[in-house]
Ligand binder design. Structure first.
Ligand SMILES: [Zn+2]
Length: 126
């Protein structure tokens, strides 16, 4: 079975999911994946596109439709990107909340960048 993350064949069966799907473990990247599950491989070019769409504040369900990824996958990906979201998220219940969370996060980030710019300006002028 090919690993859905790194595409190597260095995998072994690793029990079943709650929904009875075969679960696999990859020795190469130490990650788990599910046969035919939603955690399928998303091309790096698609991830770049998704990154851009997230910054554009397009609704997450819109991104799912455009990029043909599942809400669960997108949530997992956002968790990867932002690291500190709770683990027990339910895609349907929290999609709108995550959208506003990301907006807040962006505003914070922009604020930080503005502060850095000001400091740099100040340093350049002295
Ligand atoms: Zn792997």
């Amino acid at each position: 079975m090919k690993c859905s993350h790194c595409q190597t064949e260095n995998t072994k069966k690793n029990g079943h999911t709650h929904y009875g799907k075969q679960n696999y473990y990859c020795h190469s990247c130490n990650r788990q994946f599910v046969e035919g599950g939603q955690d399928w491989f998303v091309k790096p070019s698609d991830k770049v596109l998704i990154d851009k769409l997230l910054l554009e504040r397009i609704s997450l369900s819109g991104i799912c439709r455009v990029c043909d990824v599942s809400g669960q996958w997108l949530l997992g990906y956002i968790k990867e990107l932002y690291g500190n979201l709770p683990n027990d998220l339910n895609a349907d219940a929290v999609l709108p909340d995550i959208a506003s969370y990301l907006s807040d996060r962006m505003d914070e980030e922009i604020g930080r960048i503005e502060v850095i710019k000001k400091i740099q300006l100040h340093l350049n002028n002295t």
